[in-house]
Write a protein that binds this ligand. Structure first.
Ligand code: SF4
Ligand code: SF4
Length: 368
């Protein structure tokens, strides 16, 4: 049997051992960046720094300080960085202090100002035949995937894989990625007696609602696939296919591969910021309290290893019960994100490993 490779993951903890500047996270982060061969990776190259800008009044995205420090490190290594995210997200950048003056590099919409500068790549997974990769990402020579780790309604977890799969494709492809889940919730209006027992049995505050005409509306991000509604429904009006998240996470892993295939080997660095670990994605446009205490920042050149390590670190932290909205409760699962969203967050990581993007076996190197 071939022995599985072990990847190195650097970790700067947010915990401060003593009260001095040198012991704080930004300084440890700086030391962590200096531990990577940035000159070899980025010298003379255009470097896309892929962030997730977030929306509206959210305030728990990556702090501008960490982006600025990264920009400075890339420049020092001889790279030519630009900050990028989906074209539609750019309107929200200034609200979070993401400007060229603050960050030290231009902000460029990933698919151009009209959101249609893209290159098509085949995927051929279920309904997802192809995706349109954002042109300015494909055109870059190298990339830093700077992600905020947090929960996600459709995949349990969102960090580097999600940042690449959902954030490096044009708008239509994002919709196609969501649709790959198929008809995971089917409601038959003819069979429905409008008793609302489904809504009453649902542990999620927003998965099921009824509109003014008493027609059921389903919101897949909120659904935990617990099937309580299907059981509660006495008329058989609801049918659930709980494989939706599995399909979605596999499609995300395959799209991530399509993005990474556009770079030469050794040109991509991953950084996961595990601070303000909220239950939901930053694209919701608002923030809620952190589920666990701040963890720190991880960096690696292996996307599978950094995602696995980030999830493991969340798993080992203490859940802060008051962090969840009162209407939400924890369900079953092997990970906090699964207990919240009903979706196994490790699936995307396993799929990414399966298609050759890296290894789940890692060694955590703590940067002091
Ligand atoms: S499967 Fe569970 S979470 Fe999803 S809509 Fe039904 S009751 Fe709500
Ligand atoms: S439980 Fe079934 S019959 Fe009652 S409202 Fe829901 S879908 Fe309709």
């Amino acid at each position: 049997m071939v022995k599985k490779k072990t990847a190195e993951v650097s970790f700067a903890s947010s915990k401060v051992k003593e009260l001095r500047r040198n012991a704080t996270l930004p300084v440890k982060y700086e030391r962590m960046l200096a531990g990577f061969p940035l000159e070899k990776m980025f010298k003379g190259k255009t470097v896309a720094i892929k962030i997730h800008v977030g929306g509206d009044i959210g305030f728990t995205t990556v702090h501008p300080l960490f982006i600025r420090m990264l920009v400075d490190a890339v420049k020092k290594a001889g790279g030519d960085p630009f900050i990028t995210d989906g074209s539609g997200a750019m309107q929200f950048a200034k609200a979070r202090g993401y400007t060229e003056e603050v960050l030290g590099a231009p902000l460029i919409a990933a698919a151009g100002i009209s959101n249609n500068y893209a290159y098509t790549r085949k995927i051929n997974y279920r309904t997802l035949k192809s995706v349109d990769l954002c042109g300015n990402i494909v055109d870059a020579d190298a990339m830093v995937v700077l992600s905020h780790g947090k929960g996600h309604g459709n995949s349990g977890f969102g960090a580097a894989i999600k940042n690449l799969a959902m954030g490096c494709v044009a708008r239509d492809s994002r919709a196609k990625l969501h649709k790959v889940q198929g008809e995971n919730f089917v409601w038959n209006s003819e069979l429905c007696s409008r008793c609302h027992a489904c809504k009453e049995s649902c542990p999620s505050p927003d998965a099921i609602s009824f509109d003014k005409d008493d027609n059921l509306k389903y919101f897949e991000h909120g659904c935990r696939y617990c099937r309580h509604c299907e059981t509660a429904c006495k008329t058989g009006a609801i049918k659930i296919n709980s494989h939706g998240s599995e399909y979605f996470q596999r499609a995300m892993a395959m799209t991530t591969k399509a993005v990474l295939d556009t770079f030469e080997p050794g040109r991509v660095l991953y950084i996961n910021v595990m601070l303000n670990i909220t239950p939901f994605c930053d694209c919701w446009g608002f923030s809620s309290p952190a589920l666990v205490p701040d963890i720190g920042i991880l960096a690696a050149t292996d996307i599978v290893a950094i995602e696995q390590a980030s999830l493991d670190l969340v798993k080992s932290e203490d859940f802060i019960p008051s962090s969840l909205p009162e209407s939400m409760t924890l369900g079953d699962g092997n990970h906090l994100f699964q207990k919240i969203h009903g979706k196994d967050p490790y699936l995307q990581v396993a799929c990414a490993e399966e298609i050759g993007l890296g290894t789940r076996k890692y060694k955590l190197n703590v940067v002091e």
